[in-house]
Design a protein. Structure first.
Length: 440
């Protein structure tokens, strides 16, 4: 899938985040990895790992899918949630999963790929389970955050009166902030270009600073900033809650291009039915447009659009409805109607050590009842507080990809290492029903 711009945002109405000791997390990570390694080593000593002819599934992890000094894991289960095999992942690489249980290998399995990262000082364990997958296949999964090389420092001069935050964006990193002096800009490529957009009383303006380098200190004169081009996107209804962004990429290959955020519009309490998105003319060959709209801040329904290539003219709603969801103790049953190809249910739980578990289950429209898979013995030891009856159901989403055929075709576009992908493959429309009304 398309690369995601890593961003920091500072808003006027932010809520303070709880800060926890990083030392505690470091010790926790060390103990977790030690337990998993001990378990895997003991498996090898007991000769419980079959040979490569009994490989259940193989996943290649690339582009820093596993975060630096952290770890991930792969779990293969049968449709009833019984574990068949697992493996630990500590870096980029190719990871086969071997059969380790006495259960027979069915015609379809569930593949769970997990990884750990620290978000806003919170240790987060992500788990993504894909049901209805043929065994013995191979996927390639890519991360979206390369290792930073360091940063450059930017200050803006000759600024007019500003009416909103400034966008600073370079390859893979964006900051939307009111800070205009000594702004640290993380860098993943050096030299690189820096895009700056400001909001003024006379309209939006931008400037591109070419050739910034690692550890450089730049004073940027904004007196010669110019007006950007813009594109209007209309909504199918009046909305109060919205988050709309557009990023530009260079070159013909979307997958290898690192995008620059050129504009982002976040709801400010105004009721609207369209947005105007800014971008520099004649710079990018294509765009990534992400949109979320919601009729009110208290509505439990959100609609999403994703488009790669041209910026769309309108937000197209999915023709699907979530009628009801029954969820409890790691099991859910969805009643839905309309046209969709994939569902996603989300479950979350924060344990006593403030570790957040975030679990997504993906499945086809033909199988609307799911259970969270059982953890393998190795994962039970390393994640003792992760239990199905502790997980809290948060949402269900229905997705439709207009240029793809079905659920298996979606998985192929996302993870088939030999697939030739086109920007239109990633066009997506969805609706999400939240269990508890909240703003995202």
């Amino acid at each position: 899938m398309s690369k995601v711009v890593n961003s920091e945002e500072i808003h006027v109405d932010f809520k303070p985040q709880r800060r926890n000791s990083m030392t505690k997390y470091s010790l926790f990570l060390v103990s977790v990895i030690a337990v998993i390694m001990t378990s895997l080593i003991s498996c090898k000593k007991n000769k419980t790992i079959p040979d490569t002819s009994q490989t259940l599934f193989t996943v290649e992890l690339a582009d820093n899918f596993i975060k630096k000094d952290l770890y991930g894991f792969i779990l293969v289960s049968d449709p009833q949630g019984n574990y068949l095999g697992d493996t630990l992942c500590q870096a980029n690489g190719r990871y086969p999963v071997f059969l380790k249980s006495a259960y027979p290998v069915p015609s379809q399995v569930a593949i769970t790929v997990g990884y750990v990262e620290i978000i806003m000082h919170t240790l987060t364990v992500h788990l993504n389970t894909y049901t209805g997958v043929a065994p013995y296949g191979e996927w390639k999964m890519k991360g979206n955050r390369p290792d930073t090389l360091g940063n450059a420092v930017v200050s803006l001069t000759n600024l007019p009166v500003l009416t909103g935050p400034v966008i600073y964006s370079n390859s893979g990193y964006t900051n939307m902030t009111f800070k205009t002096t000594d702004k640290e800009q993380m860098m993943y490529v050096s030299p690189d270009d820096l895009y700056i957009k400001i909001m003024t009383l006379t309209g939006d303006k931008f400037k591109i600073v070419p050739g910034i380098t690692l550890s450089g200190n730049y004073s940027v004169d904004m007196a010669d900033a110019v007006e950007p081009a813009n594109h209007t996107i209309s909504f199918p209804m009046m909305v109060l809650d919205y988050d709309i962004s557009v990023s530009g990429y260079k070159g013909a290959n979307l997958e290898t291009s690192i995008p620059f955020l050129t504009d982002r519009i976040i709801s400010d309490g105004s009721l609207i039915n369209k947005v105007d998105l800014d971008y520099p003319p004649s710079v990018f060959t294509g765009f990534i447009t992400e949109m979320m709209i919601r009729e009110s801040y208290t509505s439990d329904l959100q609609w999403f659009n994703h488009a790669d290539g041209d910026i769309p003219d309108q937000f197209l709603k999915i023709n699907a409805v979530i009628n009801s969801v029954s969820a409890n103790s790691g099991q859910s049953s969805i009643n839905a109607s309309g046209t969709f190809m994939m569902f996603v249910t989300n479950w979350q739980y924060t344990d006593k050590d403030n570790t957040l578990f975030d679990w997504n289950i993906f499945g086809p429209e033909t199988s609307m009842a799911i259970s969270l898979p059982s953890l393998s013995p190795n994962l039970q030891k390393s994640l003792p507080t992760l239990m199905a009856d502790s997980m809290q159901y948060t949402s269900t989403e229905l997705r439709f990809y207009p240029n793809l055929k079905n659920y298996q075709d979606i998985l192929g576009v996302l993870y088939d290492k030999d697939r030739n992908r086109q920007p239109g493959d990633f066009e997506m429309r969805s609706v999400r029903k939240n269990a508890v009304s909240k703003r995202y």
